[in-house]
Ligand binder design. Structure first.
Ligand SMILES: NC(=O)c1ccc[n+]([C@@H]2O[C@H](COP(=O)([O-])OP(=O)(O)OC[C@H]3O[C@@H](n4cnc5c(N)ncnc54)[C@H](O)[C@@H]3O)[C@@H](O)[C@H]2O)c1
Length: 630
């Protein structure tokens, strides 16, 4: 027979994110110049009490003396604490609703502020056990009711013993006094609650760690807001990815492990086993071997533009969705291209180096405005088309050539061929993608077609341009100026030397592949990639995934969502729907997208269903991955 379950929950730093007396001191001492020191002292006394280093009653007396508060400070305290309820308690109201008779708040804090807060969540006043303030006539808090069991040492165990609970008792709390309940043999399990604070000493004593209420509810199979606790999602972040990304993943509740460098295939194959989210940049190869070792991997985030370092098909076959940051540095590249075009038209690279050598060469020779000139953009993708807009805004005429039909922005015009563009542009800027077929698409015959005195810019990929030919055409004077940011062979790191036939050429800007390297771009990447991964994990949306069929799903409300990833073979969708029908499941919405390799089916269903359906769906032949979301 199932025993009744009772839940003993601590208040400070568990139900709420903070210690209430710290907040009360912020309010009561706001005009006191020693406020900061006083709060520090209170915190240190709290910690000593929590870790068992000081008797509880002693710590309470000391703290109340310092706080020196008044009854009139309490409404503000309640208001502030109400906004600081721990997120996992805020989202798990269904648990509180269902078990309100069996939930007890047992705290060494004070009923005066606890009751108004927890009662908003439906917790009964008679189930709150805590201390009570004593006030003088002027409302000043002058002490506490010393008759109250919770003001004495060992107060919590004594209080629980007096309740005489018949059933299974669970304690959730962050402090030593919570552990004392278990120590006294009055609870079956003590969960150290670490969503807000982590006390190693308490963790050593605990049966389990609960990084959130979700973890506790999941481990006890109780009513909960989410199908899976986010703290069980481990993110491994390599290659020094921007702090913003790490914070974003931590705020979502994931465990985040950071490794500053890249990893070799063997290292990663070992480290990946229990990882759900992998974050990399360009140095780490995510090979089939790595993916075969990944048992829980849901998603890989490439915190960069390129994804050649990832075996995308192998990831797809494992049901792992890959995301990158395709637009995050577009603007940075465009700004640099535009700046360089202006600099080259004014012959600035030469003028600048002469000045650094002490040569004053004031002359208008070889210097031109960009206004009214024709810019030919090869590759009218994200960068090319944005350059088109900015260039036009300063009076440049824009024409472009792209392999695909592209919408001309502003007054730009499409050229019928690259040859046409090369022959009629004063400036040629290359923004094609790095596909293999684009190797050396600009070589001697293309330079030959260009106008005499052309300005040439390449910030796309190094293998696209024949740099030996470029050097010859600069040398000959046909090319007035050139700017190159990407090279056929680039040094592996800042410690390796750079070599190129373009070194030392006149009116030539050489930059170390920094077109997209701005702090803003780094921040954009740090924001964009985690947001896509989190959206995929929470809703199943694959918008912008580089390998999955792209599908944008409605947010999930009032339903459970089944996510089924399978090999793209005939008959699987029918089989899924047969299983749902057999279990009498009402489908609220169904979404399907396929590519050559996988089928991605998302089904929203009523909350009421038998768990057997999940087993049956997982057994469908060809299933690669199955998840339930709610
Ligand atoms: N220098 C840097 O730091 C830096 C930063 C970001 C991007 N990039 C590079 O810039 C380039 C453009 O990036 P994007 O984000 O605009 O890419 P994109 O994929 O949005 O655009 C590329 C465009 O080029 C077109 N194209 C491909 N081959 C072509 C060809 N042979 N002739 C004409 N058109 C062709 C495509 O149809 C597409 O419209 C890429 O090579 C990218 O790797 C460099």
């Amino acid at each position: 027979m199932n025993q009744t379950k009772y839940f003993i929950i601590d208040f400070d730093s568990t139900f709420t994110q903070v210690e209430a007396l710290d907040v009360l001191a912020e309010i009561s001492l706001k005009d006191n110049e020693n406020q900061a020191n006083a709060i520090e002292e209170i915190k240190s006394i709290t910690d000593q009490g929590m870790d068992g280093g000081m008797s509880f009653r002693e710590s309470l007396k000391k703290r109340l003396d310092i706080v020196n508060a008044n009854q009139k400070d309490l409404p503000e305290l309640v208001d502030r604490l109400s906004k600081l309820v721990s997120p996992s308690f805020q989202r798990n109201t269904a648990f509180i609703d269902k078990y309100r008779d069996q939930i007890y708040i047992v705290s060494n804090g004070f009923k005066d502020f606890i009751v108004p807060i927890v009662s908003k969540f439906g917790i009964k006043e008679e189930n709150v056990f805590a201390n009570e303030f004593i006030y003088n006539e002027a409302g000043a808090i002058i002490g506490f009711d010393e008759e109250n069991m919770l003001s004495a040492n060992n107060g919590k165990p004594n209080q629980i013993a007096s309740l005489n609970l018949k059933g299974e008792v669970f304690v959730l709390g962050d402090g030593y006094t919570d552990y004392e309940i278990k120590k006294a043999g009055l609870a079956h399990k003590f969960y150290a609650f670490t969503e807000n604070v982590r006390r190693e000493k308490i963790l050593n004593e605990a049966d389990h760690e609960a990084p959130s209420l979700d973890e506790f509810l999941f481990s006890q199979k109780l009513e909960r807001a989410h199908s899976y606790p986010k703290n069980r999602i481990k993110a491994l972040i390599l290659e020094n990815i921007h702090e913003g990304a790490i914070q974003r993943l931590k705020n979502e509740g994931y465990q985040v492990e950071i490794y500053p460098a890249g990893m070799t295939e063997d290292e990663l194959a070992k480290a990946i086993k229990d990882v759900s989210v992998l974050g990399i940049r360009s140095k780490t190869q995510v090979t089939k071997k790595v993916l075969d070792n990944a048992k829980r991997l849901l998603s890989v985030g490439a915190f960069c533009i390129g994804t050649n370092q990832i075996d995308l098909n192998a990831a797809l076959k494992k049901g792992v969705a890959v995301f990158n940051a395709p637009f995050s540095n577009t603007r940075s590249v465009v700004e640099l291209a535009l700046a360089e075009i202006i600099m080259l038209m004014r012959n600035l690279p030469d003028k600048m180096s002469e000045m650094h050598k002490g040569k004053w060469n004031k002359s208008a020779n070889g210097s031109f405005e960009v206004r009214g000139k024709t810019l030919g953009i090869i590759g009218y993708g994200k960068i090319g088309s944005q350059l088109s807009i900015l260039a036009e805004s300063i009076g440049i005429n824009v024409q472009y050539y792209d392999l695909e039909e592209k919408l001309a922005l502003g007054n730009a015009t499409a050229c019928p061929s690259m040859e046409h563009l090369l022959k009629s542009s004063d400036i040629v800027s290359v923004h094609v993608d790095g596909r293999e077929e684009n190797k050396l698409i600009i070589g001697p015959s293309e330079f030959e077609l260009m106008k005499h005195g052309v300005v040439f810019v390449n910030l796309s990929r190094g293998h696209v341009v024949d740099v030996d030919a470029l050097a010859q055409y600069i040398e000959s004077g046909k090319i007035h100026g050139a700017s190159v940011d990407v090279f056929p062979e680039e040094p592996l790191s800042n410690d390796h030397p750079f070599q190129s036939p373009l070194m030392g050429m006149k009116n030539t800007i050489l930059t170390p592949h920094v077109g997209g390297s701005t702090l803003e771009a780094q921040e954009n990447i740090a924001d964009f990639v985690p947001s896509k991964i989190i959206e995929y994990i929470n809703t199943g949306s694959t918008t912008n995934s580089v390998n999955f069929p792209n599908i944008t799903l409605p947010t999930l409300s009032q339903a459970h969502r089944f996510i089924h990833i399978h090999k793209n073979e005939p008959g699987i969708l029918a089989e899924i729907n047969n299983i749902l029908a057999k279990h009498g499941i009402n489908i609220g919405g169904q979404y399907l997208k396929t590519n050559d390799i996988i089928g991605y089916v998302i089904t929203d269903i009523d909350k009421n269903y038998q768990e057997e359906v999940i087993k049956d769906l997982k057994l469908v032949q060809g299933t690669l991955r199955f998840r339930v979301l709610y």
